[in-house]
Design a protein around this ligand. Structure first.
Ligand code: ADP
Ligand code: MG
Length: 261
């Protein structure tokens, strides 16, 4: 209901400060398997509107699979996910993916299209927005991620950090209620990581609901409203960052933090 306020997403100035819609997610007893391999085992968590949830845990613990379930790139075998109170399992996956965006470690941009075209294309093709309107939205979202001056560049002439910003602008342009980020800084050169993390922190400040799988413990501690620790397909522990990082309860989380901090 915040959308459309004073300098909302329709403002085309570079200084636009959109106030995002910020949807909620309730994940309950989610099970998922790849064939015989149980990968998610009764995962439950709640994501409140306009909050940042960071998911941490060792490689192979099911973090990416959980995100994939949330916009149905894979289908859970049990449990449910409510988006603003409605089961995502009853939605058409294409419709769901307009409401729940995703940004990946590999940016998945079209190499032969400019930054502007990369953002515009999903608006015209997926949302059926007329070209001129799509371009206006795309320019505003590229300005939001600090890339107004690079809009006519192709991915190959942008840094990894800039390419990831284009991918984030593309997700934002769809006007989603939630954005899922899967290790979006893991493929970046170290000096480019901070800029992307700062942008994500900024989006959180502006009310976007975000679920962020990350190895950046500093980001999780500083930006997250809640941190969820997963291991072997289960949520082992979760809570405010201070509780998770400073007073871990389970030996598995203690061990994990010893390894990564
Ligand atoms: P994480 O993101 O925490 O590293 P994943 O969700 O990628 O974990 O993987 C969880 C488990 O599922 C791992 O054991 C992994 O090998 C397995 N897995 C992931 N993707 C597939 C797939 N497409 N087919 C079969 N097994 C998979
Ligand atoms: Mg992963």
């Amino acid at each position: 209901e915040l959308e459309g306020a004073a300098s909302g997403p329709t403002s085309d100035a570079g200084s636009a400060r959109p106030l995002f819609k910020g949807g909620s997610l309730v994940v309950s007893n989610l099970d998922m398997a790849y064939g015989e391999l149980d990968v998610l085992k009764s995962v439950s968590l709640t994501v409140k509107p306009g909050t940042v949830t960071c998911i941490i845990g060792p490689s192979g613990s099911g973090k990416s699979t959980l995100l994939r379930c949330l916009n149905r790139l894979v289908e859970p075998k049990g449990g449910d996910v409510l988006l603003d109170g409605a089961s995502i399992l009853a939605m058409k996956p294409e419709k769901l993916r307009r409401r729940v965006g995703m940004v990946f470690q590999q940016f998945n941009l079209f190499p032969d299209h400019t930054a502007l075209e990369n953002v515009t294309l999903s608006l015209t093709k997926v949302k059926g927005i007329p070209a001129q309107e799509a371009e206006r939205i795309a320019e505003a979202r590229l300005a939001d991620v600090g890339l107004a001056a690079r809009k006519h560049h192709r991915p190959g002439s942008l840094s990894g950090g800039q390419q990831q910003r284009v991918a984030i602008a593309r997700a934002l342009a769809m006007d989603p209620e939630v954005i899922l980020f899967d290790e979006v800084t893991s493929a970046l050169d170290p000096e480019l990581v901070k800029g992307v993390l700062n942008l994500m922190a900024d989006l959180g400040q502006r009310g976007m609901t975000m679920v962020v799988v990350t190895h950046e413990m500093g980001f999780a501690r500083k930006v997250a409203d809640q941190v969820i620790f997963m291991d072997e397909g289960r949520v082992v522990e979760g809570g405010p960052p201070a509780a998770v990082f400073d007073t871990p309860k389970s030996s598995r989380l203690k061990h994990f933090l010893d390894e990564v901090l």
